[in-house]
Design a protein around this ligand. Structure first.
Ligand SMILES: [Zn+2]
Ligand SMILES: [Zn+2]
Ligand SMILES: [Zn+2]
Ligand SMILES: [Zn+2]
Ligand SMILES: [Zn+2]
Ligand SMILES: [Zn+2]
Length: 342
């Protein structure tokens, strides 16, 4: 921009001749007033005229200082100016490094920022997806077993794992079994299931494969099995024996739920019911539901959720059918109508 004195020029804005002081921009001449009112840029931030250099961005013009202080992006983490690439989260901008180090969530297992795929478990832990392949999960609470999440854990025959959070409450001896049996029988009695046979032996099995063999290779995620043997002469039963097998190292809440399930098998056998597998297992899982509802802990909620989400035709779908029948009929209605359920 120049300010000159000359004669004989024409104003490029109004087309009239210029005499006296005038302004030149890009080889064009203007009356000073034409230039100031129509050609000269104003700052889109402060509205004042711009003389000298200016900054143009997204079709707007600014005094360099106005741009730097008011328009240019600043990092919402460190407050410094951002030029070049940046990250956006919740309408805020961040330097890439600030974003990675301060804004991205940190993995609860390895403490590194989580850039892409992550898992959030039932307990609120967030971690990289890759850890799920590398670490065993707890047979009771499903937490990944490691120092940071569980403080370690132990393995059973190298096949099953229990975390150190669950370890203090796992059922491991006969006195715990007896206590569990009393509690579960009390719960069942309240809903009308009583006079179950006394003195049924309950044996813990450490190996899941062994339990599956005992059950006659039943499919599904079984954690218990009820064996029944009867000697009959003609129509008459002359001796009968029940034996309940339950997986070892179960959290006491899970143990109670499995025991309730097995006792409802006993109930069905005792009454001579021969039901379809989805009704049979669905009914037994109502016993587990009873235990978990009564317990009310987070672990109980997790187990219930797993039962409700299971796609197993008997333990999942069969259970959901029986559970909605229970909502309609109540326990008395369930017990009265059980043999007729299809
Ligand atoms: Zn003019
Ligand atoms: Zn300005
Ligand atoms: Zn920053
Ligand atoms: Zn990680
Ligand atoms: Zn656990
Ligand atoms: Zn069962």
């Amino acid at each position: 921009m120049l300010v000159l004195f000359a004669n004989g020029s024409t104003c490029s804005y109004c087309g009239k001749s210029i005499s006296g002081r005038y302004t030149t921009l890009n080889n064009k001449h203007y009356h000073n007033t034409c230039y100031e009112n129509h050609i000269q840029l104003s700052c889109d931030y402060c509205d004042d005229k711009i003389t000298g250099t200016y900054t143009e961005t997204e079709g707007k013009n600014y005094h360099p200082a106005c741009y730097r202080d008011h328009i240019q992006e600043r990092c919402a983490q460190c407050g410094q100016l951002i030029s070049g690439l940046y990250n956006i989260k919740d309408d805020k901008q961040y330097h890439e490094a600030c974003f990675i180090n301060y804004i991205l969530p940190k993995c609860d297992i390895c403490s590194l920022p989580i850039q892409d795929q992550y898992i959030e478990d039932f307990w609120g832990n967030m971690y990289h997806e890759k850890h799920t392949d590398a670490l065993p999960d707890c047979d009771n609470c499903s937490r990944l077993i490691c120092d940071s999440l569980t403080g370690g854990g132990y393995s059973i025959n190298g096949k099953r794992y229990v975390c150190s959070v669950c370890e203090p409450t796992v059922v491991s001896d006969q006195s715990q079994i007896a206590r569990s049996l009393r509690g579960v029988k009390t719960l069942l009695k309240k809903v009308g299931i009583q006079d179950l046979p006394r003195g049924i032996p309950i044996t813990m099995v450490t190996d899941k494969d062994e339990l599956i063999r005992l059950s006659g290779n039943r499919l599904g995620k079984i954690r218990g099995y009820t064996q029944y043997e009867a000697e009959t002469i003609g129509e008459k039963t002359i001796s009968e024996a029940y034996h309940i097998y339950i997986l070892s190292d179960l959290h006491e809440t899970v143990f109670d739920a499995v025991l309730a399930h097995e006792l409802l098998h006993v109930y069905q056998i005792q009454n001579g019911y021969k039901l379809k597998s989805d009704v049979r297992e669905g009914f037994c899982n109502l016993g587990s539901q009873l235990v978990y509802d009564h317990d009310g802990s987070d672990l109980a909620r997790l187990q219930l959720r797993t039962m409700y989400e299971s796609d197993d035709p008997d333990y999942g779908k069969g259970f959901r059918n029986m559970s909605s029948r229970l909502d309609q009929l109540g326990w008395e209605g369930i017990l009265n109508n059980l043999p007729s359920f299809k």
